[in-house]
Design a protein around this ligand. Structure first.
Ligand SMILES: [Zn+2]
Length: 463
């Protein structure tokens, strides 16, 4: 099917990248056997092969395709004549990404679909995408199949409109094998709704339910004790709370809980982030407590999200204190690995931060019923541990060890039981509302590359 490849190298966005030219008459189901072959070096190509009869209504037409792929990520675009809905998901055996569309007239040459060999420095490395194919799946439905060279996750699959031009943009990033397999399994599942939520009315055995991975991150550990006041130690308070919360989530069902530490162990901040990313976490919650030498009055819980600019001076100070955790355990300060300037990261990070905000708000709303909140309970600052670009993350500061009633609560098993119960409810609510999150986040003007991915989790089976 992928005869006569015609590829070339281009530089795009300052990166050395391999770019496949357009054209490939894919479309086994299109009724055509061969289409006009592409010409070497042509970037945009049309062809007019024999086709099945076109429906009467107006079809979207794809006039060109471009693939940009590196060992870490890939971007595949199709220029279209009109907007279309797309649904993207991953499949294993062989590894591929599927993008389902309404019927699209792929008016392209016959050799699009395979990238050029990688630039010299990447020559021995595999690239994320090996090739792609497209065609009519059945009347009314077209499909793009992207053959992967490496396990990848879908960052984005959506149509962008610029003036009167439409472009389908599919962005992929390399991931690990376990995460990829998990995403492929998740695709066949109806939705990321915990079993506890669907226990009434719908039989949990009717369909397997995808387990959302929750990473609980008890702050500090080992030589890094965190705050200490009158024998109450932050690292212990955080671990006790996280372990209790893990049990509540396991009881709720539908979650797979990963702890960054389950004992009194030192874990560097960057390692905590790495654990969350490697686990393909749907949510990361870092658990801490604070202390203020200047005031015993200040108390109550605070939920922090990450931001480049702190919401207030106290938050900036708190983040600086928490970010010094590695140093306090004798580790050299490390560069912030998430500070990668790249459009794929930027888009994903924006979306991730929006979800982090939604969860922070949910948690504050649930927490206030059972526990004390700081008078300014939702804040933001530059916490290193919250910087996973693709994992919605919050840092829950349980309270102040310097505050007498907070300190009494934080060391009480009864309080912990109540607080972790409310928190588990907040987490269940957040995931139950996952498909309604766009609404909740409506005030935030950001792209939402994850929307199609979530739809894909409930997507149709491959034919
Ligand atoms: Zn801390």
């Amino acid at each position: 099917m992928l005869a006569s490849p015609a590829w070339r190298l281009m530089r795009v966005c300052g990166l050395a990248l391999a770019v496949g030219t357009t054209g490939i008459g894919a479309a086994a189901a299109q009724g055509s056997t061969t289409q006009g072959s592409a010409t070497q070096g042509s970037a945009t190509q049309g062809s007019t092969g024999a086709r099945a009869a076109k429906p009467q209504y107006s079809l979207a037409e794809a006039s060109s395709a471009n693939l940009v792929t590196t060992p870490d990520m890939a971007r595949l675009t199709f220029d279209l004549t009109q907007d279309v809905e797309s649904e993207a998901f991953v499949l294993t055996g062989p590894d591929r990404v599927i993008v389902d569309l309404p019927q699209v007239d792929f008016n392209l040459g016959s050799d699009a679909g395979k990238p050029a060999p990688l630039p010299e420095k990447h020559a021995k490395q595999a690239s994320v995408v090996e090739s792609f194919r497209f065609g009519l799946l059945e009347p009314g439905r077209s499909r793009i199949v992207i053959d992967l060279g490496l396990p990848a996750r879908i960052l984005r699959s959506a149509v962008e409109k610029t003036g009167d031009k439409y472009r389908l943009v599919i962005e992929l990033a390399k991931t690990d094998r376990a995460s990829f397999r998990q995403a492929a399994q998740g695709r066949q599942l109806p939705a990321m709704v915990p079993a506890a939520v669907i226990s009434s009315g719908i039989s949990p055995t009717a369909a397997p339910v995808s387990k959302a991975v929750i990473v609980l991150d008890p702050g500090h550990g080992g030589p890094d004790t965190g705050a200490m006041v009158n024998g109450v130690v932050e690292k212990t308070v955080a671990l006790d709370f996280a372990q209790d919360l893990a049990k509540k989530l396991e009881t709720a069902g539908g979650f797979s809980v990963v702890m960054t530490r389950a004992s009194d162990l030192f874990i560097p901040l960057s390692e905590r982030v790495r654990i969350a990313r490697a686990a393909n976490a749907a949510l990361m919650i870092s658990i801490h407590a604070d202390t203020l030498t200047e005031s015993g009055e200040v108390g109550g819980a605070t939920v922090y999200t990450v931001s480049d600019k702190a919401s207030d001076a106290a938050s900036a100070k708190f983040a600086a204190k928490e970010n010094a955790a590695d140093a306090s355990a004798g580790l050299d300060g490390q560069a912030d690995a998430a500070d990668v300037s790249d459009i794929l990261f930027d888009l994903t990070r924006q979306e991730t931060r929006a979800y982090s905000h939604v969860f922070a708000r949910t948690l504050v709303n649930y927490w206030k019923v059972a526990g004390r909140l700081n008078k300014n309970p939702q804040r933001a600052a530059g916490f290193i541990v919250l910087k996973a670009p693709d994992v919605p993350s919050v840092l829950l500061e349980l309270g102040y060890l310097s505050n007498a009633s907070d300190s009494a609560a934080l060391t009480s098993a009864a309080w912990r039981d109540k607080a972790t119960s409310r928190m588990a409810e907040a987490i269940v609510a957040y995931f139950a509302d996952r498909h309604g999150v766009e609404k909740a986040a409506a005030g935030i003007p950001i792209p939402d590359p994850g929307a199609k991915l979530r739809q894909a989790e409930a997507g149709a089976a491959l034919k």
